[in-house]
Design a protein around this ligand. Structure first.
Ligand code: GUN
Ligand code: ZN
Length: 443
């Protein structure tokens, strides 16, 4: 047992849904200026007022973070861990970026030793940035998924992953077949899904790299394995959408391709989802599918402006993600900043409460993990971060003028990096810690 003390924030509902109904998004959250979080056996044992918890658990050792902001660890709902080595590769749009940078790098994961090295490196990078859960694509190689699940297990992390399935429009050395995609994925599900904190996601890369036969077996496999997720890409770039129209001429739109093969519904997680028709939005909503916003990637690869407010109005479950390595950062703070910038360009600025929701509870809900991660509610995993809201002189001088917690947090969202992470806990064990930049006495 350990009792953490600091400030905290608690969502009482989805602030994006609140705003869509005309309520102020900040009313969906509660600020506790003196909060306590009790860690017990790797889980959150209790959460509430510091004084109440200190009285109730007098024997629990206390770690007092002062004005540090205690939050659930960030959840990154769409990444390609295997693209860690090519993050920040210059000058290409999606199709060329895949062919010139991504596929050659993903080929290297045929070597399990390389996969193990990169999986560990990747998870350590995200932990240093306060991300405690990711949903990652593997490469076409089953061993790439084994490497990530094993690295997650070693760190106590809840991770979603799946073997990327692709049987056309990619180099021979990086493709599978409908049968091998089915067999390899099924074997990984049996080995990993539900073991410790591992969740399997059936992972067809995207419609252009899967034949109709492959999408059909993906749909069958997903239906045969309730509780697994399905992750893929949807309507990221206009050239891609035109290509899908050519490849699947009978489909009403891009989403209809997935719909046809049973790849929509609760547990279906669509990355990007930028250029959507009203029909696609209606089906995403009606089917209970979720959508993941990848703002740094959408800017970096030149994809377009995600319409968060439009999707929220339709009641679609939404999460936030880096999309490493199409995205240009491992940091969910940086990603919230990019989401804010894009929301401004799209005409409806996201409130800090909405940004925080997307990076925690929203991302968790998009992965159907809202009872385990993205929250400090008792019974969920003790995956916890503590943010220093004064981590650099530039941030501190701005945060000093804040009128409330959102004003105090927003400069860290916009300008913060890994220096803002005072502490990172995973499954009740502290994985990273740095000294407070400003002693509590000065705060
Ligand atoms: N669409 C298909 N594959 C990918 C990928 O690896 N990254 C991004 N951003 N989009 C994709
Ligand atoms: Zn992606």
């Amino acid at each position: 047992r350990t009792l953490l003390l600091g400030q905290s924030l608690e969502f009482t509902r989805n602030p994006m849904a609140a705003r869509a109904e005309g309520a102020p998004p900040e009313d969906a959250a509660r600020h506790l200026s003196h909060a306590g979080v009790l860690i017990e056996d790797g889980l959150i044992g209790a959460f509430g007022e510091a004084a109440t918890l200190a009285a109730r658990y007098p024997e629990a050792p206390i770690i007092d973070y002062g004005a540090g902001l205690i939050l659930p660890g960030f959840v990154d709902a769409h990444v390609h861990y295997a693209q860690t080595g090519i993050i920040a590769s210059w000058g290409k749009r999606l199709i060329d970026w895949l062919n010139d940078y991504t596929f050659p790098e993903e080929r290297r994961f045929a070597d399990p030793a390389y996969a193990i090295t990169l999986a560990g490196r990747y998870l350590d990078l995200v932990l240093a940035n306060g991300t405690t859960t990711v949903a990652s694509y593997g490469t076409v190689h089953a061993e790439s998924v084994t490497a990530l699940f094993q690295a997650a297990l070693a760190r106590g992390m809840a991770v979603v992953a799946g073997k990327t399935c692709m049987d056309r429009n990619a180099p021979d050395w990086l493709t599978d077949t409908p049968q091998s995609a089915y067999d390899d994925s099924a074997r990984l599900i049996r080995r990993w899904h539900g073991q410790n904190r591992a969740t399997y996601a059936v992972t067809p890369r995207f419609a252009p790299t899967s034949s109709p036969e492959q999408l059909e077996v993906m749909g069958a496999l997903w239906a045969e394995n309730p509780g697994t997720l399905m992750q893929t890409h949807l309507s990221e770039q206009v050239e891609e959408i035109a290509w899908v129209k050519d490849l699947y001429p009978k489909a009403r739109d891009y989403l209809d391709v997935y719909e046809t093969y049973g790849l929509t519904g609760p547990g279906a997680v669509f990355g990007h989802a930028i250029h959507l028709t009203d029909r696609e939005i209606a089906h995403l909503s009606d089917s209970g599918s979720s959508v993941v916003h990848c703002p740094t990637s959408n800017a970096f690869i030149g994809s377009g402006l995600f319409q968060a407010a439009r999707l929220a109005k339709a009641g679609i479950t939404m999460g936030l993600a880096t999309d490493t390595g199409g995205g240009s950062s491992f940091s969910m703070l940086r990603t919230m900043a990019a989401a804010y910038d894009i929301s401004q360009l799209a005409g409806t600025p996201l409130h800090p409460a909405e940004l925080l929701w997307l990076a925690t509870a929203g991302a968790a809900e998009s992965l159907q993990m809202q009872d385990q991660v993205g929250t400090l509610a008792p019974g969920s995993a003790a995956d916890i971060i503590v943010l220093d809201l004064n981590s650099t002189p530039a941030i501190a001088q701005r945060a000093q003028r804040a009128g409330d917690i959102w004003g105090a947090l927003f400069p860290t969202m916009m300008m913060g990096d890994d220096r803002a992470l005072r502490s990172v806990w995973v499954s009740g064990a502290e994985r990273q810690r740095q000294p407070d930049s400003r002693p509590a006495a000065a705060g």
